[in-house]
Write a protein that binds this ligand. Structure first.
Ligand code: CA
Length: 245
């Protein structure tokens, strides 16, 4: 009898976790890189914000350790730039506790903060905690996944919708509406709330705008647009994206 090898998918090697370390102080950076490497992390070092951003784009890491005070392009700017396209976990490194307070108030989208001086043990514990949270985050955007809505596939990172393998043309606002409903699947929103959330408080449009865009989404995604399965109307209230069963 022949021995059947296990299918490849059953053999999942543990992938090393990649950390991008952006820190201009060379001695600190190298000490951190050593500490992280000895814990089994794969570390890429960057000594400026610009180099860090380039490294992030060239090879997206699993987590970024980002110094706040960097020459030229500061940590705040780097964090904002990364957040415009990615939800990769970011831990900000600050020199003073007062800075942590200040940046946490800015809502930059960093996942955690450490204040210098810190022990490598403390830092590694924070890194593991942030990675665990990111892994547990069920939001589709965090996972960069393609997901099925009705008859279509949604590529959140690429901001496009595919049906039978072909890209469906959608207006940017229709896509933003879809992305919002996906992030909040199962929650019912009124037209007014959707106008606020997707178009913004300053938008002076009518709630019918929401209906028009919902109509376009149903045409794109539902087998029978008049009998929607995913993008449902809640009579007398508004709309909801039903989670797939
Ligand atoms: Ca610095």
């Amino acid at each position: 009898m022949a021995i059947t090898p296990l299918p490849q998918s059953d053999v999942v090697p543990e992938r090393p976790i990649k950390i991008l370390l952006v820190e201009d102080e060379r001695a600190l950076r190298e000490a951190l890189a050593d500490a992280l490497t000895s814990e089994g992390f794969v570390v890429t070092q960057a000594d400026t914000g610009a180099v860090g951003l380039a490294a992030f784009r060239a090879a997206p890491p699993d987590l970024i350790l980002l110094d706040l005070m960097l020459p030229e392009m500061g940590g705040i700017e780097v964090c904002r730039s990364i957040r415009s396209s990615s939800r990769v976990p970011i831990i900000m490194v600050t020199a003073k506790a007062s800075e942590s307070d200040r940046i946490s108030g800015l809502d930059l989208g960093a996942d955690d903060y450490v204040t210098k001086p810190f022990s490598s043990r403390e830092l590694i514990a924070r890194i593991r905690a942030v990675l665990r949270r990111a892994e547990a985050d069920p939001s589709p955007a965090a996972q960069g996944a393609r997901l099925r809505v009705g008859e279509a596939e949604v590529d959140l990172e690429g901001q496009r919708v595919l049906r039978d393998g072909a890209v469906v043309h959608l207006k940017p606002k229709a896509f933003q509406l879809l992305a919002f409903l996906i992030e909040n699947a199962g929650r019912v929103y009124t037209r007014e709330q959707l106008l606020d959330k997707v178009w913004g408080y300053d938008y002076a449009g009518e709630t019918r705008t929401v209906d028009v865009h919902m109509h376009a989404l149903r045409q794109a995604m539902e087998a029978i647009p008049a009998e929607p399965v995913a993008l449902q109307t809640v009579r007398g209230i508004g709309y909801v994206l039903r989670r797939p069963a």
